[in-house]
Design a protein around this ligand. Structure first.
Ligand code: NCD
Length: 299
């Protein structure tokens, strides 16, 4: 596998192969300890221009557990703060011979620019509103692990669709399995023109008979920008609560990429419910990122 910049560049068979490899890695992590030498001698650099807890640590852990050397570029303390451009920073890093650069950036398309300016392979760890391919892969893994399949399931995605790279990558990944998710959000936070999903008229309609409900973080700065009036009102009309579950399929699962605004896009009670797989998603993310790195750098 060359770069992983978005889901659109993957075929269904590529995704299935990565998920199969992640199943094997997850089993190995649970049974026989964390470390192996699959990527011994390889150097992975992480370059996060946006805040991140789980994604950055997940990539770093994945690379270390595979035996790679990991170098985290402290963007806030780097020459980026002196005005160095992304292209110049990338060219500088390239001279240090990384095998893989993992990049998160607030500008859509930044990972493509990095990929054009380095000989290293590149993983997009989230770029602007565009894509977050490893999040979609770990979400597909979580769904497939629970149901044994993805095709044929009903999926609802609720929240700030417009600003969500997670929603875009998940819609793209689900389309590879012929699933058209139902989307629901305030009109100001909806993205028109998504041809691989349907827009629901109400929260109830979105989650009706759903096997999977994916909640998205509501970015509170959107409220300041006037895109929704009030957090409490948002929670009332768009929040995922346990009361909603009676409308969904019997063994529905609820997912969220994190970080969560408790009591806003998802209720506290919902977070405690066994059908909420938020923590499993984090665990699965490690195995999935290990599988991706192995596919890119392994022999
Ligand atoms: C998401 C992201 O950064 O795109 N989080 C994550 O990677 N787990 C979602 C978000 O920040 O809302």
């Amino acid at each position: 596998m060359n770069n992983l910049l978005d889901i659109a560049g993957l075929q269904r068979a590529d995704i299935e192969k990565l998920l199969d490899s992640a199943v094997e890695i997850k089993g190995r992590l649970q049974k026989s300890g964390k470390y192996c030498n699959d990527l011994k001698g390889k150097t992975v650099m992480t370059m996060f221009y946006e805040n991140s807890t789980r994604t950055r640590i997940s990539f770093e852990s994945a690379a270390k557990f595979l035996g790679a050397e990991v170098i985290n570029i402290p963007v806030d303390a780097s020459s980026v703060k002196k005005g160095e451009t992304l292209i110049d920073t990338t060219k500088t890093l390239d001279k240090l011979c990384p095998d893989l650069i993992v990049v998160r950036h607030n500008a859509s398309g930044a990972p493509q620019i990095v990929a054009k300016n380095t000989r290293a392979k590149v993983i997009n760890a989230g770029d602007g509103l565009h894509a977050h391919p490893t999040q979609a892969l770990l979400d597909m893994f979580t769904i497939r692990e629970h149901f044994g399949k993805i095709e044929g399931l009903k999926v609802a995605i609720v929240g700030d669709i417009k600003h969500s790279r997670v929603a875009r990558s998940n819609i793209e990944a689900l389309s590879k399995f012929n699933v058209r998710p139902k989307l629901y959000s305030p009109k100001t936070l909806m993205c028109e023109g998504l041809d691989k999903a349907d827009i629901a008229d109400s929260l109830e309609q979105a989650v009706k008979d759903a096997d999977v409900i994916i909640g998205l973080r509501i970015q509170l700065e959107r409220q300041k920008a006037g895109l929704f009036p009030d957090v409490a009102e948002y929670a009332k009309f768009y929040g995922i609560s346990t009361q909603l579950l009676s409308l969904a399929a019997k063994d529905v699962i609820v997912m969220h990429p994190g970080p969560v605004n408790r009591g806003v896009e998802i209720s506290d009670e919902m977070l405690k419910s066994p059908c909420c797989l938020k923590d499993e998603q984090v665990q699965n993310g490690l195995a999935v990122r290990m599988a991706v790195m192995k596919a890119m750098l392994g022999d």
